[in-house]
Structure formats: C-alpha cells, structure tokens
Unconditional design. Sequence first.
Length: 236
Amino acid sequence: MKAFGPRKRLEHQIRVWLGRAYRPAKVHDLGATMFGGAGYGAWPCIAKRLHKDSVVYSVGVGFDIGFDQALMAEFGLVIHGFDPTPRVIEWLQRNPQPAAFEFHPLGLAWMDGELSFAAPTRENAVSGTVVPAAVVDQETVSVPVSRLSTIMSELGHERLDLLKMDIEGAEYAVLDDMLQSGILPDQLLVEFHHGKRRKGRFPVSATRQRVDALISKGYKVFWASQSGRELALALD
C-alpha cells in the first residue's frame, strides 16, 4: 500500500469532497497492529482479539502472503486461504507453505457453483475478477466459487474471528450476501474497488453503502489506507 505524498493527499481530499473518492467519516483507535511488513499484502488487525484457536479466512491470496505468515508466526493459528486464480495456484505449488496455511483453490462469491473468471492481462499480474460486468468480451476460464455460509458450513466453522477479502470487485455482492446471512466476522479487512474500470465500474456510493451497512450492524472502522480503498473494521 503506497504512501501518498503531500500533493497526492491534497488531490485525494479534493476528490473525496467531490464524491469521486472515499474516506470514512470516522476512524476509531482500537489499538491496531500492522502485520505483513511493508508490501501490498500488509494489513492491520487488533492483535489482542486473536489467539491460536482463532478462525481466520484470507480470501484473495495473491503472490504476497506476508500478512498470513505473520499471523501464523505470532499466534500459532491456522490460516484458511482461498483463491481460484490459476497463476496463484501454480505459484503456491512452486512455493509450499507451512501446514498451518490451508489453501483452498476456490473463489468467494454470492452464489455456489462456477463463475467465469477474467484473468489479468499482464503476465506478472494476479488480479483477475469474477464480476459479471467486468468479464464481458474478456478471455475467461470457469472457476469454482462458494458463498461464505457454504464455506463455513463445509469447514465446520460457526464463527469467524477475522475475514480478509481482496476479491477484485466481488466484495460488494459478497458483503451483501454475508449480511443477509447474518454472518458477522469479529474483524473484517476489505479492499474496495470503486472506480476500477476492469473490476465492474462500481461507484464510490457502492462502497459508502456497504460501509454504512456494516456500521449499522455494530462495526467500527479502525483503520483506512490513504486511498480509502482498504478498510479494517471490527465489531464494537
């Protein structure tokens, strides 16, 4: 997550005022700790709420699992990683992870079954998407997907202590389904993709609506990246 310089911060603030970018109205100090170094895979969480028996889902693994590795090392917990991206599956096969990292070659979605997945066009990129509006006229492959409630049921989990999602535009429908299902992870880390042409062209209002819905369920935003796309929330 790149840091903004003074000019970039000013430009972003102006875009927030114009409704073209997002920034949460309030960020609460809940004692967050950053895990995973300084790469794009780093995220904060409230460490005092985690322990070796915590149930943690990392959805959208990508090529940087520094956050997952840091949590496994710090708390001795198991990470359930999910990603249907063929390049990620191949990368993990070449780079075996500890036994505590349980990988599932599966996408998180708003339905159970299979969806068309548009792979990234750049060779070294990893961010494909299953958002229907974004896969039109794109070269696609079919990937297996499941709802969060289905995954939890199949893995025998009745709660989620932490859910991290970087799912390239699918987060909007997944959050809607999650809330409709009554699933409330204790900590929720989400990258939103408003304004991203290749991720469904979601407006800033789509992010604001989901964050407001989460707040209405008892969540507080305890961290926001400078871009306002990456947010960390926790139940009060």
